[in-house]
Design a protein around this ligand. Structure first.
Ligand code: NAD
Length: 380
């Protein structure tokens, strides 16, 4: 693939968001230099930071930039000072609106057990070892978006309503993302539902089974969500691609985070349709939130944010070499014991910036090796 020009929008957000996003942007720039891409970065406010500036968690200017960008990189949103605000005016609303505006309907969360971090997981190393799965969560429909929703009535008659609704089309398009991914992996999709109770899940199972017929090379297994929650900690290595609706995926992907040792490690990609340019619409962000308990101290793990840059090159631009270079640099840094407090164990914890320094240095060093020995290109 030849060098590209990319317009990237960076939304640092709240809490540890700006700290981890800064390290992700450094990695982005190193990759740009190393692979010859021209990367134009713009920055805009979202979440609590945007409310303070404009009164809105997703200002018009941010919306315009997100629609114009080839890819959007987010830190995190959410701050305690807005906890008492009604849901429609809270920082998190900015992110929900952004996902909906961008039409990013498939949320991908890869979870891999890194050998040198097996002891960081609360599960036994022999259970976690070999885990390599990806959760594909439907992101723009279901219970989080269905109408009506709200709290109605008064006193003893007060009633809360959330509506779960899915159309055939909404299920088909996210299922295709999961099956396409499985083709390039170990050809196994596990679809999660609660078809023994929910009408939504019956439609989900029916449509996913239909889509599976287009992919004869891929094996499809159906699992109830309660069993899936159990299987994830009993035998996580059985999973390749885990396909879920919005709410189930939200919960299961946080559970899966435990397998990787820390939620700070996990990247995510939220994907929409492929544009005429060939680039897939995408929002890339670490799985974790704004972690107000550790914000402003330069101690947050930036690897989820840095991994999200790898996801951007892989899923958004189809540039696998760039993604692999980042993943290998990250694994090398962890193997050398350079790690923030959440995964450092008994070693001296590194700061957020030190981890960013180490990943950038590893990327520059591997580039130097490639330039010295062009034949080594394939193994970088
Ligand atoms: P959280 O992910 O922010 O934090 C959970 C725990 O994990 C905390 O103990 C935190 O210190 C730790 N943690 C998280 N990221 C870490 C990192 N990179 N390095 C080291 N430790 C890390 O979840 P929460 O506490 O439930 O939510 C805090 C705020 O974030 C809330 O306002 C919530 O709504 C918001 N939130 C935002 C997103 C998002 O932006 N996508 C996702 C989840 C939560």
């Amino acid at each position: 693939m030849s060098a590209m020009r990319m317009k990237i929008l960076v939304l640092p957000g709240d809490g540890i968001g700006p700290e981890v996003a800064a390290q992700a942007v450094r990695v982005l720039r190193v990759i740009g230099r190393r692979f010859g891409h021209v990367i134009d970065c713009a920055e805009a406010p979202i979440g609590g930071a945007a409310i303070r500036l404009t009164g809105s968690p997703l200002p018009e200017g941010t919306k315009r930039l997100a629609q114009d960008a080839d890819a959007t990189l987010l830190g995190a949103v959410g701050c305690p000072e807005f906890d008492a605000y009604p849901p429609a005016r809270r920082p998190e609303r900015g992110l929900l609106e952004l996902r909906s505006l961008m039409g990013v309907y498939a949320n991908l969360r890869p979870v891999r057990a890194v050998p040198s971090l097996l002891n960081a997981s609360p599960l036994k190393p022999d259970i976690v070892s070999g885990t390599d799965l990806i959760v594909v969560r439907e992101l723009t429909a279901g219970l989080y978006y269905g109408k009506p929703h709200g709290i109605f009535g008064r006193g003893a008659e007060t009633r809360a309503v959330d509506t779960m609704t899915y159309t055939r089309g909404e299920i088909e398009r996210v299922a295709r993302v999961a099956f396409d991914l499985a083709l390039a992996r170990r050809q196994h999709v596990t679809s999660v539902d609660k078809a023994n109770v929910l009408e939504n899940s019956q439609l989900w199972r029916h449509v996913v089974t239909e889509v599976a017929r287009e992919y004869p090379a891929v094996t499809l297994t159906h699992l109830y969500v309660d069993n899936c929650a159990m299987q994830l900690i009993i035998r996580p290595t059985q999973f390749d691609v885990l396909l879920t609706e919005n709410l189930f995926g939200d919960i299961l992907s946080d559970e899966a985070a435990v397998l990787a040792g820390s939620i700070g490690m996990l990247p995510s990609a939220s994907l929409g349709d492929v544009r005429p340019s060939g680039v897939r619409t995408g929002l890339y962000e670490p799985v974790h939130g704004s972690a107000p308990d550790i914000a402003g101290r330069n101690v947050a793990n930036p690897l989820g944010a840095i991994g999200s840059v790898a996801a951007m090159f892989d899923f958004g631009f189809g540039l696998k070499d760039e993604a692999i270079a980042i993943e290998q640099a990250v694994e090398g840094v962890i193997a050398r014991g350079i790690a923030t407090a959440d995964i450092a164990g008994d070693s001296r914890p590194a700061t957020t910036t030190e981890v960013g320094d180490a990943v950038c240095a590893a990327l520059e060093a591997s580039h130097a090796r490639v330039v010295d020995r062009p034949a080594a290109r394939a193994v970088v």
